[in-house]
Design a binder for this molecule. Structure first.
Ligand SMILES: O=C(COP(=O)(O)O)[C@@H](O)CO
Length: 245
């Protein structure tokens, strides 16, 4: 079963809760054979948890601190996300790695924090355009996989997300062959890193996934779902992607 997760990034005020309600209603009226997650800004998680109830949409955070509590002004911990109603958390997104200087070691520490809180991490990796043009995409991404995943993941549920940085929010996407090549390499790196535990996690694709390209991307071998940005903000678009799964 594919896992389709929406990442609202820093978008969404209280009225956007209606989109989550519309998503729940649509999926309850016409269920899909896919797991669906939504990661709104932290400020909306608790209200959205009421809106979504025990329905078919799981809630997630977009980041967490690696400590459970303490003097870290402005940060949100994994136990806080879980307390608000989240079950998932996106970690190591390129917008965190690039914009906030997060290293692979930082991401691994956050993954451990997420696991302590009972959250299911979605760990993001992906290369820049410069790295791809230098022919280093596979080497770069598999190095990120090896260094961002702590041993604790061996027997815990989690997902990987391959998100080429140059495809995020640009309307550009890799070719299907390029996606297949990187996803196969990620699977090999997962098994090398975590043994048998590396065979199970879904490897999502993210980066300009839209209603009109979702079906072909989701059909690529080893693509276990999608991590969707802009197209998850409106329930109608997001539902079309979910139905493509
Ligand atoms: O960043 C992502 C892709 O964003 P798009 O707007 O879909 O290009 C991914 O994490 C989903 O947010």
């Amino acid at each position: 079963m594919k896992l389709i997760v929406g990442n609202w990034k820093m978008n969404g005020l209280t009225p956007a809760l209606e989109e989550a309600g519309a998503l729940r209603q649509a999926l309850e009226a016409d269920p899909v054979n896919a797991r669906v997650g939504l990661c709104p800004p932290a400020t909306l998680i608790a209200q959205m948890a009421w809106k979504l109830g025990a329905g078919p949409v799981e809630l997630g955070g977009q980041d967490c601190h690696d400590k459970d509590s303490g003097a870290f002004t402005g940060s949100v911990s994994a136990p806080m996300l879980a307390d608000a109603g989240a079950r998932l958390v996106i970690l190591g997104h390129s917008e965190r790695r690039e914009g906030f200087g997060e290293t692979d070691a930082d991401v691994a520490a956050k993954v451990e924090a997420a696991l302590r809180a009972g959250l299911e991490p979605i760990v993001c990796v992906g290369e820049s355009l410069e790295t791809r043009e230098a022919g280093q995409a596979v080497a770069f991404v598999t190095a990120q996989v090896r260094a961002s995943l702590p041993d604790a993941l061996k027997d815990r549920p989690f997902a990987l997300a391959y998100e080429p940085i140059w495809a995020i929010g640009t309307g550009l996407t890799p070719t299907l062959d390029q996606i297949a090549e990187v996803h196969a390499a990620i699977r090999d790196a997962l098994v090398e890193r975590l043994g048998e535990g590396g065979r199970r996690p879904p490897i999502l694709y993210g980066g300009s996934m839209k209603p009109d390209n979702a079906a072909e991307i989701l059909a690529v071998p080893e693509v276990g779902g999608g991590l969707v940005g802009g197209a998850s903000l409106k329930a109608d678009d997001f539902i079309r992607i979910i139905r493509a799964a």
